[in-house]
Write a protein that binds this ligand. Structure first.
Ligand code: FAD
Length: 1043
């Protein structure tokens, strides 16, 4: 009988380097190949070698027909070349012609009627069970990289045999009947060698007939006569340089020299310690893939065993702890976790060189392909359900009852692991991976408050499970090397990691973008649901965190693989290719993290499994949990670094920008200069950039590695932005102007590397400008689901069509790119129809129709344009984040971008109040300074109160965004978007009034600032829309309270 190909193997992509100990990855059988020297192929005869000799079948048939013994074989030999048998073997006769002719020949020789029509069927029946030792040898040879051939005079492949010989066991099959020549004719050997593409001396031939061997030998082929197949395999082992060709188990090879173990001492241990006895020494094979703990298949005393040991050489104390593996496996086995029978642990290094343990070799199925090819939908579902079931069994083990209280630290698992993998990543870093830096920072700030404590397997994946040979039942959980007491959700995330991997990851199939339900595999929510129901918990908390953590861990592992590959320690080019995925893996992780709704937390603490929701309703006066940092309400409360930056910004505006403010405004008033770049402004920009006062807006949340900006929190930036609002041109001086700020943030958060290279870098450098095209004249655009523009895919391009207006910035001479919003799928759910795409402004089909004015202001040189996009073709690579994800981007874009406007409005209002104070002290009416008028004083007081109130609300919004994320801070953001422009409008209006007619002229900034405050009651979404959201929340709270 064939044995099932069984494997106990670690997937190479998870080959870990714990504590920095390097391991071999994709170890090839290099050593063994060296020993093979000249042998490249082994050629097998069929009858008498791969299957039993047909002679016995002849004899049985003779007996059945009552023929004298030997009559059939004698006929075969004596009829010679023109006899029926030889003719059949050369393919010269059909089967019926053969039956007729051979019947005559045998009848004649036996002197008795002998019907040979059933002979071939009878032989087929007799030979259907192959010689297992030869089949094992063939599989062993193949896994060592040798070629195998079947060279047969048989007619088997004409379909006569009822047994099935897997053709895939052979690289080459040469059948006499097909090639028209038969052994021992020289030609048939030559054909075989040609097809194998080896020279005679590079091959070995096994046959049971001396005449066939002689002919092969004459050609220079080495030969082995097969009388006893097992003995022949031993002879073959010698011929191929000592390779182990016995007891094949899938994925095992001859034990490489450096991993050899002393067979005699192991046998002694088996006899004495495990009470296993046999006179034959153990057969040992080595699982070939790069496990950090060498693992062996051992056949001894009729037992199929697995031996796992520490690697040889000097090790770090905590690494490769096979003792721990043995301990946990033994312990959890008693709690129903499927674990192979554990035979024994030997901690005495003198036995085979290092400690080891022995367990039963489980015969079952290991699924390396996560999509489970060749199964029905129901079977796939059952397999995944069994996987979830097994995970629950592990997580339900009572740690104390299992005697594992000291198996690991209780609590702090996530932080410890983030630190550990970060260190490992840092040690193998070959370049700066920005996404990884961001991810590490994000993970550290989002560690769930409540961490559950169970046994954690540490590497729970489908291919670490052995399933029953036929039933959907896990019979063995392998590879406990990373197990400890830890957070069980990390196991859950690991088991579903392939749903989140880059779609083209080469090691395992990624389910990203696939609808797995069509092939019966549970989707992530379904799998989580199965897990939760079995665990008796309502939901999985902070799932984004665990997925991001899983991808971070993979990145660290892959980076290690890559480093070893390029430093020559991992010999396979495949390791390098896999390692190159480190960056992509980190980017996937950062994508999850950066679009997550999770709010930052302080740190991880211990506790039982505590599922719960991440959001929750809250009172406006507090955060959803304890506020983790105090909120600065004046610049003096800022960190020293932020305070210094603030002072420098303020100083720069005072000393450099304000003195030139008038000049710059006047430059643009000249009709010829409306749409030109102001040289003074350009000079100031260069100066600010040189002073490091550049891109201050980029929030730390999106850019934790400070690659793009100053790494300020929203709150820190709020104070600086207010200063910029006091001198409206200064935002641009620091490259902090809308709409570029929002667009840059979109590119940082959602842009591909290529998009960043093409657009983000020049924007960050202040070399180009951008615009944002959402609003359309034909539809009420305050409801963005109305947007009608289309983005249609056509081959390798998207075709963009739309009529936009109020596209701010589009008229600027340096405006090079538009983030364009349009529908990619009209039939999708309302919030999945829209996408955002990057449209170069110089692309054919982009037409600026006219500038729009605001109360007569054209807001040059950026302006607000009406723009037509007609059949504009843009490459597929310009799509942001993916089709249907426009709303996701809009959410991300509009958080910080909108709050910047509010911060600046505070500055506008401060400037207006400042101007009002100045003006009213210098002018006298009706015998008094205006400042002495009671109504003026009241206006001043009201303005101060309103500014202070609004600033506090703006700061709170910023603080909430920093501490809990944009989504949780949404109510505050909505509130300030109404409060700030209305407040500014009032304050500026009072200042205008106090200025008299001058206030309405362009001689003062007030008219322009008023217009802008009015704009912002619309441009960032009409007041009504924000008020609607706020009031809806109020009503919801009220109803909830009643319930
Ligand atoms: C100076 C300026 C610059 C701009 N820059 C840009 C830009 O760069 N890119 C861009 O895409 N857009 C820009 N806009 C457009 C701006 O975002 C839109 O004007 C705004 O979203 C409103 O859309 P709408 O004009 O289509 O008004 P509509 O959607 O037609 O709304 C009209 C009015 O209906 C009322 N309304 C709407 N919804 C509600 C509700 N739920 N309850 C009660 N009343 C309601 C409000 O009073 C609202 O003002 C800019 C606008 C201005 C004025």
């Amino acid at each position: 009988m064939h044995r099932f190909p069984l494997r106990i193997v670690r997937a190479p992509y998870l080959s870990t380097s714990l504590c920095g100990v390097p391991q071999r990855v994709w170890a090839s059988a290099v050593t063994a190949q060296k020993r093979m020297k000249t042998t490249k192929a082994v050629i097998f005869d069929l009858g008498g070698v791969v299957v039993p000799s047909p002679l016995a079948a002849f004899q049985e048939y003779e007996k059945k027909l009552g023929l004298p013994r030997g009559s059939i074989s004698r006929t075969v030999v004596e009829s010679g070349d023109r006899g029926a048998w030889n003719q059949l073997e050369r393919g010269e006769l059909t089967l019926s012609e053969f039956a007729e002719k051979f019947t005559k020949e045998v009848t004649q020789r036996a002197g008795k009627e002998a019907d040979m029509s059933g002979l071939l069927g009878h032989i087929g029946e007799c030979l259907k069970t192959p010689n297992q030792s030869i089949i094992d040898a063939i599989q062993c040879l193949r896994i060592e990289g040798l070629k195998t051939a079947l060279l047969t005079n048989n007619w088997e492949w004409q379909g006569q045999g009822s047994w099935s010989m897997p053709r895939e066991l052979f690289d080459v099959v040469v059948e006499s009947s097909k090639v028209g020549t038969r052994k021992p004719e020289r030609r048939i050997y030559e054909i075989c060698l040609e097809q194998l593409a080896v020279r005679p001396e590079e091959s070995v031939f096994l046959d049971d007939l001396g005449v066939n061997l002689k002919a092969a030998k004459a050609l220079g082929i080495r030969t082995i006569k097969v009388t006893d197949p097992e003995k022949a395999v031993l002879d073959l082992e010698q011929e191929v340089g000592g390779l182990c060709l016995r007891r094949f188990v899938d994925d095992t090879t001859t034990v490489p020299e450096h991993l050899r173990i002393p067979v005699d001492r192991l046998q002694k241990y088996f006899n004495q310690q495990l009470n296993l006895h046999s006179s034959d020494p153990p057969v040992i094979r080595c699982f070939q893939h790069g496990q950090s703990n060498p693992t062996y298949y051992v056949y001894y005393a009729d037992k199929h065993l697995v031996l796992r040991k520490k690697p040889p050489g000097k090790l770090l104390p905590s690494a490769h702890a096979v003792e721990r593996e043995f301990r946990v496996m033994n312990a959890v086995r008693q709690f129903g976790v499927p674990i192979p029978k554990m035979y024994g642990l030997c901690e005495d290094s003198s036995v085979i060189g290092t400690p080891f343990y022995v367990m039963e070799y489980c015969k079952g199925r290991i699924f390396k392909e996560v999509e489970l090819p060749g199964m029905t939908n129901q079977e796939r579902r059952d397999i995944y359900t069994a996987m979830a079931d097994t995970l629950c069994k592990i997580h339900q083990v009572d740690i104390s009852k299992a005697g594992l209280d000291d198996y690991g630290k209780k609590g702090g698992y996530l932080r410890r692991n983030i630190n550990r993998w970060t260190k490992q990543y840092e040690a193998s870093k070959t370049e700066e991976i920005e996404a990884m830096n961001n991810l590490i920072d994000w993970l550290n700030r989002h560690i769930p408050e409540k961490e559950a404590i169970t046994i954690a397997h540490g590497d729970f994946r489908l291919d670490n499970l052995i399933f029953h040979p036929t039933r959907p039942e896990v019979i063995g959980v392998l590879d406990w090397e990373l197990s400890t007491i830890g957070d069980p959700i990390t196991d859950l995330a690991t088991s579903l990691m392939n749903f989140y991997m880059p779609f083209d990851f080469i090691m395992i199939k990624s389910f990203q973008g696939m609808d797995v339900s069509t092939i019966g595999i549970p989707t992530v929510p379904e799998f989580l649901d199965i897990y939760c129901r079995k665990m008796g918990i309502p939901s999985v908390p902070a799932w984004d965190f665990y997925i991001a953590f899983g991808l971070f861990r993979f990145t660290a592992i892959l980076q290690g693989v890559y480093k070893r590959a390029i430093s020559g320690q991992g010999s396979s080019p495949k390791s390098k290719m896999v390692g190159e995925f480190a960056k992509r893996m980190a980017e996937e992780g950062w994508k999850i993290a950066s679009s997550s709704d999770l709010r930052p937390t302080m740190s991880a603490t211990g506790g039982g499994l505590q599922p719960g929701s991440t959001g929750g309703r809250r009172n406006y006066s507090t955060g959803p949990g304890d506020l983790t940092t105090s909120m600065a309400v004046t610049p003096d409360g800022l960190s020293p670094r932020a305070k210094t930056l603030y002072d420098r910004v303020k100083d720069f505006i005072q000393k450099e920008v304000r003195p030139l403010e008038k000049e710059m405004l006047e430059f643009h008033r000249e009709p010829d200069n409306h749409w030109k770049v102001c040289p003074t402004l350009s000079r100031l920009k260069e100066k600010a950039k040189a002073a490091g006062l550049w891109n201050l807006f980029m929030p730390k949340e999106s850019d934790p590695g400070m690659k793009y900006g100053a790494g300020l929190s929203n709150l820190e930036y709020a104070f600086m932005c207010e200063e910029m609002g006091k001198c409206p041109l200064s935002s641009e001086v620091f490259n902090c102007q809308a709409p570029d700020t929002g667009n840059m943030e979109v590119l940082v958060r959602y842009g591909t590397e290529e998009q960043k290279r093409q657009w983000l870098t020049p924007l960050l450098n202040g070399e180009i400008k951008s615009c944002f095209g959402m609003t359309e004249p034909k539809v009420a655009s305050s409801d963005a689901t109305n947007i009608e523009s289309s983005i249609r895919r056509e081959g390798d391009h998207y075709v963009v069509n739309g009529h936009k207006w109020w596209t701010s910035g589009a008229l600027h001479p340096n405006c090079k790119v538009c983030i364009f919003m349009g529908k990619t799928d009209q039939s999708a759910a309302p919030h999945k129809q829209q996408s955002m795409i990057l449209v170069p402004m110089d692309a054919p089909g982009v037409k600026i129709i006219r500038p729009l004015s605001v109360f007569g202001y054209l807001d040059y040189p950026a302006g607000h344009a009406e723009v037509l996009f007609e059949n504009v073709r843009v490459p597929l690579g310009n799509m942001l984040l993916g089709e249907g994800r426009g709303f996701e981007i809009a959410q991300g874009r509009l958080g910080p971008g909108r709050i910047h406007h509010c911060m600046r409005l505070i500055g506008n209002a401060e400037r207006a109040l400042e101007m009002m104070l100045e003006r009213t002290q210098n002018r006298v009416a009706f015998g008094k300074q205006l400042a002495a008028q009671g109504t003026i004083q009241q206006d001043v007081a009201k303005s101060r109160i309103e500014i202070e109130q609004t600033r506090l609300l703006v700061l709170k919004a910023a603080h909430m965004m920093d501490n809990y994320g944009n989504k949780v801070a949404a109510p505050e953001i909505a509130m300030i978007k109404v409060a700030a422009p209305n407040m500014a409008q009032n304050v500026i209006d009072r200042a205008i009034q106090a200025h008299g007619g001058a206030g309405l002229s362009d001689d003062f900034l007030l008219a322009g600032m008023f217009a802008w405050a009015r704009v912002l009651r619309l441009a960032d979404g009409p007041d009504e829309v924000h008020l609607r959201s706020i009031s809806r929340l109020e009503y919801r709270k009220h109803n909830l309270a009643k319930l």
